[in-house]
Structures are given as structure tokens and as C-alpha cells.
Design a protein around this ligand. Sequence first.
Ligand code: SF4
Ligand code: SF4
Length: 199
Amino acid sequence: MEISVKNDKKLRKLTCKIKILKIFKKNKTIKINAIGNINEKSAYEIETIEKAFNIKDKRQRNDYIYDRIYEYIKKNYVETNFCEFENGACIMERAKNNKPCNGCCGHCDYLIENNCSVKSLSCKFYYCPYIRKNKKPIKISHISSINCYWNIRQKIMVHYNLFQPKDILLRDINNNSLIMWAYYLIKRIINWIKNKKIS
Ligand code: SF4
Ligand code: SF4
């Protein structure tokens, strides 16, 4: 099945179409032709949406979407120094004269050699109030492939699974259950409190 996207503004329409196709033509494969004025982000999104649709195993599809979005944000926000790090201090730390501490990753055990070692997608969508006020950070709702394939429950999980490795968020997304997600979240909080008391 072939679909044409004529310009960036048609991505919202594509999202609606994919949601319908997921119900009525879920076993088919699709080819999306990007014609006309398509910017780099939209072209990346279209490629992700097409390939994700053609992956019929839901776990593999979620894994693929996760990696694609993670790589996009890493390349366009982390590697372009969106938080304006200078000598280990981000723009917020410098503006508020805080001690340099590698921004909001500073106290996380997963920060190894200035890199997130666990591909935390939730953290990639987190921006502090200073950044939210002064710059335009990327939001979950900006990502068309998320809008196509992940529902409101899964978006909540992406939003709140901060400081968690890829396998934990993917497990929650695949479970697609807010009750199970809340259970694991409460368990993590209890463990965190226990560890705080010990140390
Ligand atoms: S989100 Fe805010 S606190 Fe975190 S690294 Fe960026 S500027 Fe610093
Ligand atoms: S898990 Fe989050 S806070 Fe920890 S290093 Fe990775 S991005 Fe930073």
C-alpha cells in the first residue's frame, strides 16, 4: 500500500491515517512517498513511521521506535549542546551560579564519561524550568512516530520513567498497563528510600 506525504504539514494527517491502518490493515505493508517540501526532521519521522508499520512484532516495533527517537534527540539536542554546557556546567547552573555538576545528570550513577550509559529516553525529554522558559525543548507530543504508535498510557510512562535504563521503559511500554507501571514505580521509590536510609 502506498501513501504520499506532500509537505511537513501533512504529518498530522499521516498520523491519523496510520492509526486507522493499524486497526484495519495491520497485516499489510506500507510505503510512504515523501514528495514536495519535506524537512530533515519530517523525512526522519516518515522513515521511522514506515519501517515501524512494517515491523509486525509489537516488541520489535517498540524497540525500533525507541532507538530511532533516542538517536534523533541525541544527535539534534545532546550533541548540539542544547543545554549549553561549558566546563561541566550547563546554562541553568551558570545562570543561577550553582556549583558545576554536569546538569541534571550530575548525580546519576548511569552517567559515565559524560554520557548516559543506559539510553534513557525519558531523560531525553526532560528539561528543567529554566530551559522550558528560555528555549524551545523537544516534547513527546512533537514526535509523530510516538503519536502514531504509542497511546496516552505509554506517553505517561515515557514522561515519568526518568533515570531508568532502556529495558525498564521498554518493558513498561510493552506491558501497556498503568497498573503494572505504577506497581514498578512504587517499588522503585520504596527501594530508593531504603537505600537512602542505609547510606
Ligand atoms: S535540563 Fe536544565 S538542569 Fe538539565 S542539563 Fe539542561 S539546563 Fe541543565
Ligand atoms: S539515566 Fe538520565 S540522568 Fe542518568 S545519565 Fe542517563 S540521561 Fe542522565
